[in-house]
Design a protein around this ligand. Sequence first.
Ligand SMILES: Cc1ncc(C[n+]2csc(CCOP(=O)(O)OP(=O)(O)O)c2C)c(N)n1
Length: 286
Amino acid sequence: MTTQVTARTVPYKEKKPFDYSPFLRKGKLPHIWCAGCGHGIVLKSLLRAVDATGIAKDDLAMVSGIGCSSRTPGYVDFNTMHTLHGRATAFATGLKLAKPRLKVIVATGDGDAMAIGGNHFIHACRRNMDMLILVYNNYIYGMTSGQASPTTPEEKISTTSRYGSIEPAFDICELAKTAGATFVARGTAYHAQELEKTLYEGLMHRGTAVIDILDSCPTYYGRFNKYKNVAEMMDKIEKDGTVSVAQAAKLSPEKLEGKQLRGILHRSERLEYCDGYKNLVDRVTG
Ligand SMILES: Cc1ncc(C[n+]2csc(CCOP(=O)(O)OP(=O)(O)O)c2C)c(N)n1
């Protein structure tokens, strides 16, 4: 039994111009995302990364919960499941166990993955099951009108923190690493080409891979927090608020204060869950 899809082993190479149409369900367009939402940029980077891996569409499955970001599987021509709020990684776990040959991608929001789905998320990381979890992190519940999520930064305004959030925010990457994920990275919609490469690396990784993707919700988060427009919001949060791992190595701790790191933050190897399960079945039945 093979538990790994066949993918090219060639290193990542950017391909331009790019034809997105073979990867999209055109009948499902136009999409629901607001003007200026970062989710569409993430989708474009993902499709380019998928193409670069050479993984066949039939060998891919995308699973989501509920939210604006969780609409992504509806638009892509892979095997897809649009499930329940917070349950994306749980459904993905079942799917991967039933069909280990599939490369499973989870599309989930910061609310979906970190709040109601927090337990499913940490246990997926703990098991090291081969799946790529993309957390579309717009620091707010977008679909339901902008309530605070576990990644809303302190002092920021949401419909449930009108005078500023008093809760510390989760660092998704730290959480994933501590819970056992074997590939942990951060990207942003602003750095779309860099994100494409990070997504490629995440897709090629065998084991639980988590990518925290900072993107923008101008309709709620941006408006509540008085960013003048989408460009200003992306500049302040995604461009000025982050530094690449390479840049960070050259900066003093003072200069790094308040910045989030971008790029691959953790990579390790240990037994993948489906392989462990196969070993168990062989031992018990063999
Ligand atoms: C069990 C359950 N609780 C609550 C909801 C309502 N609900 C739908 S989407 C959503 C939040 C989505 O926010 P997030 O996951 O951050 O994704 P975004 O819309 O920002 O992309 C909530 C609370 C639901 N559908 N099901």
